[in-house]
Design a protein around this ligand. Sequence first.
Ligand SMILES: *Cc1c(COP(=O)(O)O)cnc(C)c1O
Length: 409
Amino acid sequence: MSVITQPTDLLRQQDPQLADILEGERQRQATTLQMSAAENFTSPAVLAALGSALANKYAEGYPGARHHGGCEYADLAERVAVERAKALFGVEHANVQPHSGSSAVLAAYAALLRPGDTVLAMGLPYGGHLTHGSPANFSGRWFDFVGYGVDAETGLVDYEQVQRLARTHLPKAIVCGSISYPRHLEYSAFREIADEVGAHLIVDAAHPIGLVAGGAAPSPVPYADLVCATTHKVLRGPRGGMVLCGAEFAERVDRAVFPFTQGGAQMHTIAAKAVAFGEAAAPAFTRYAHRVVANARALAAALEQRGFAVTTGGTDTHLISADPARLGIDGPAARGRLAAAGIVLETCALPYGDQRGIRLGTAAVTTQGMGKPEMAEIAELFSAALRGEAAGTRTAVADLTSRFPPYGA
Ligand SMILES: *Cc1c(COP(=O)(O)O)cnc(C)c1O
């Protein structure tokens, strides 16, 4: 199975420079621990669809209404992707064309908002995404964002604060979603607040959507006007995005994706999304999603035992946010020491705002087949790496990953 992820002989003959780079990346992924909360290993079938003939195809528009000729197979692939997404998430409409999670959010805003509208979203210092009002992003430039936070003690969303801010600022939309919140968000509470002030509810489920697909997290679909998501995080598909909604928003969403914010759809990626949705509908994926959460819970508890302050005291999802301050190190320095030991993750916002912690997830290691014993082993590797035992830890990481090769031996 590893063959499919290796540069082909043809690529090596034609362009050894790139073949070396791709092989280097393959080995990096296989020999270090991928603990980024946003990453995963797609299946060989998803990779095969990405490398298929549809990579050559231009298909502006939607199935049955394209601007380009020769779209019969492109149409079939997109129809299958849409039907599978609708069945998987129990939703009336799915647009599978957004090139990324950010493109899906852009389209959601374009569908429901006008420049200058007020939007209430989680503040960036607490775990909001770039597209939730960063001044460096289109969202912060074109809309008037108001940020809600999390409780400094518990790390949990304060729904009374969300309600207060909604009553004061009367937003046109409320965005519910985060890059680092480890607990389930209460979609019904957000819906009530949105209804009270006449706002749309946009759920940015980029992180938990894979758990939703596997029945390991509550679905935002019954509550949100629009659900934006990625397809490459826990969901384990190709890099990309999608928007899910009820029939009443279907036309607005489709026009917001194409022609408002995108041109031609990436048909090879859409085919790969269809493959991933097919995989996610199988019982094996339900078991996977539950194992991801069980592993995250076990790892969070083990890290807490080793002195990390785990935000909210644990997790409901694949994602863990932790503060290593008690170990005498901050998030950015911890990330550096972990990287030197072959453990790859990122820093994140902490509930008390000013310092940064570390954010990690169990989606990739669970795909590799690791379970609770390995989570205990990983927590010990974290401790050793932060104590500065980089060389010994790097060897132990290489040993662990060699026992769980991402694409088989
Ligand atoms: C990952 C993420 C996105 C963006 O996804 P990209 O594919 O990187 O553009 C948007 N919102 C949230 C909450 C995310 O976690």
